[in-house]
Design a protein around this ligand. Structure first.
Ligand code: NAD
Length: 480
């Protein structure tokens, strides 16, 4: 086990393009050696990944602070704990996941005697491309799936979280098999170069725009691709909802990464007869649970909340709010601290059924602390609104009646759907349509990087039966 790292902050230096082919070939050789497929190798590397996090928690937290000014809660829960849980589950379960499956019980009668089974084989060298917002979780949780499946992997983390990415590049070869796992640092150029190669599997997490480029590149080399994308995740607040609970639970999740999270509640479709109640509940929750300065717990000072990614991301939210204010639609404006890129929550009330609305509030993933509320006629209108837009990654329904939730479950399509809460990251986790292809986490991570190979065994003693299909065909054979 390597010793505790120093607190120095590594410098992010892009991997030279000419190095990428060498890294690819080295890891491919490792795969062809067969060593990555043994259970011992998988468990060793999973455990080492756990030690990597455990030994270097302080450095990881410092890197997240330097890169993104992440809040304590985000670091502890989203980047560290989520990854620990993923590793722990894989260590406990990989042996079980790897086991061959016998299929003969379900096989057609004609195939039963061949005793078909499924052998789970690693798909090959994996490519993991990750975003800036949860640089550790979104790089390492896919890696857990790849390791559990017996695949070597190259991670291309985000250049927009440079210290975290450089730290990962420093630590990964110190803890895991350096011939089996590697980090390529850089941005578009490095990603593009990597995507020229053929991969056992590509798992991309990021924006829809780049997802399309990754899918097109994967198609060129026939590399199977999982896309974990974003989009607008709606909240339905029905007329029978407990609006106070809905508001409190919603903001407690939207506060993660200051709303810069793929499954953050993006906008609310609220039954029009409850809109005033809901907006009042939001204001009440914001005033009591997310106070303004001079309260020392004010959201813009709180060490548990995160900053906006950069000045441009901060300014985008400000522009959205200024426009809403000019149009008389802003009902609550949170505090702003431009220097520290900190923002409180704001609530905007839009036109009924979203009529005549355009712009980022209804067309773009908001990725920030702004919450638009759209008064909606009834549950059918809410369902129609959602179904006329790209399929969301997550959908949240707040209602006291289970039947309302069941109706939305049956009549909409989304990556996940949750009743009366805003948690979406369980297994399998993934989008549908515009919010992504495929899924991972837990067993699904293993499955994503695994080829399920059908194995059919026909013993020679079955020759009398097999010979029935050899020509010439007798009448008896034809009638069989
Ligand atoms: P992004 O798409 O800009 O970047 C993601 C990765 O792609 C980075 O590593 C980047 O270097 C690389 N990249 C950028 N341009 C590229 C190109 N032209 N060709 C190849 N690679 C390229 O995304 P981001 O801004 O880092 O992350 C935010 C987005 O990610 C949001 O839309 C969010 O919803 C989504 N996200 C989704 C999940 C999920 O699990 N579904 C999780 C986190 C974030």
């Amino acid at each position: 086990k390597p010793s505790q790292g120093t607190m120095n902050t590594p410098i992010h230096i892009d991997t030279p393009l000419e190095e990428i082919g060498k890294v690819y070939n080295r890891l491919k050789d490792r795969f062809h050696s067969g060593i990555t497929t043994s259970l011992d190798y998988r468990i060793y590397n999973l455990k080492q990944l756990g030690y990597l996090l455990h030994d270097n928690e302080k450095r990881i937290e410092l890197a997240l602070k330097l890169d993104l000014d992440k809040g304590r809660q985000d670091m502890a829960l989203s980047d560290l704990m989520a990854t620990y849980n993923e590793i722990e589950l894989a260590i406990r379960s990989t042996k079980k996941w790897m086991k061959d499956e016998t299929q003969y019980k379900d096989a057609l009668l004609a195939y039963k005697f061949m005793r078909p089974s499924v052998k789970k084989q690693p798909r090959g060298l994996a490519l993991i491309i990750s975003p800036w917002n949860f640089p550790w979780q979104c790089s390492l949780c896919p890696l857990v799936g790849a390791i559990a499946a017996g695949c070597p992997a190259i991670i291309k983390p985000s250049e927009l979280a440079p210290t975290s990415s450089a730290l990962l590049a420093e630590l990964l070869p110190r803890y895991l098999d350096p011939e089996g796992y590697a980090v390529v640092l850089g941005g578009v150029e490095q990603s593009t170069k990597l995507l020229e190669y053929q991969w056992g599997h590509i798992l991309f997490t990021g924006s829809n725009r780049v997802g399309k480029l990754v899918a097109a590149a994967g198609a060129k080399t026939l590399s199977p691709t999982t896309l974990e994308l974003g989009g607008k995740s709606p909240v339905i607040v029905s007329s029978c909802a407990d609006v106070r609970i809905a508001a409190a639970r919603m903001f407690s999740i939207k506060q993660f990464s200051c709303g810069q999270m793929c499954v953050a509640p993006d906008y609310v479709l609220c039954a029009k007869d409850r809109v005033d109640d809901f907006v009042e509940a939001c204001k009440d929750v914001l005033k009591t649970q997310y106070p303004s300065s001079p309260n020392p717990n004010a959201m813009i000072y709180s060490p548990s909340t995160s900053a906006m990614q950069n000045e441009a991301a901060f300014q985008r939210q400000v522009n959205i709010l200024d426009k809403a204010e000019a149009e008389g639609k802003l009902v609550y404006r949170g505090e702003e601290d431009r220097q520290r890129r900190r923002m409180g929550f704001s609530v905007v009330k839009l036109n009924e059924d979203g009529k005549d609305e355009s712009g980022p509030l209804v067309e773009e993933e908001l990725f920030g602390p702004v919450l638009p509320v759209i008064p909606i006629r009834d549950i059918d209108a809410a369902i129609q609104y959602i179904n006329s837009r790209p399929h969301p990654l997550a959908l949240y329904v707040c209602s006291s009646k289970r039947s309302v939730f069941d109706k939305v479950v049956n009549e909409t399509t989304s990556g996940s759907i949750t009743w009366n809460d805003f948690v979406a990251r369980t297994q399998p986790f993934g989008g549908v349509g515009d919010s992504g292809w495929g899924s991972y986490h837990g067993y699904d991570g293993f499955r994503t990087f695994t080829h399920f190979k059908t194995v059919i065994k026909v013993p020679l003693i079955f020759e009398p039966i097999m010979s029935l299909r050899y020509p010439p065909m007798s009448r008896l054979k034809e009638n069989l």
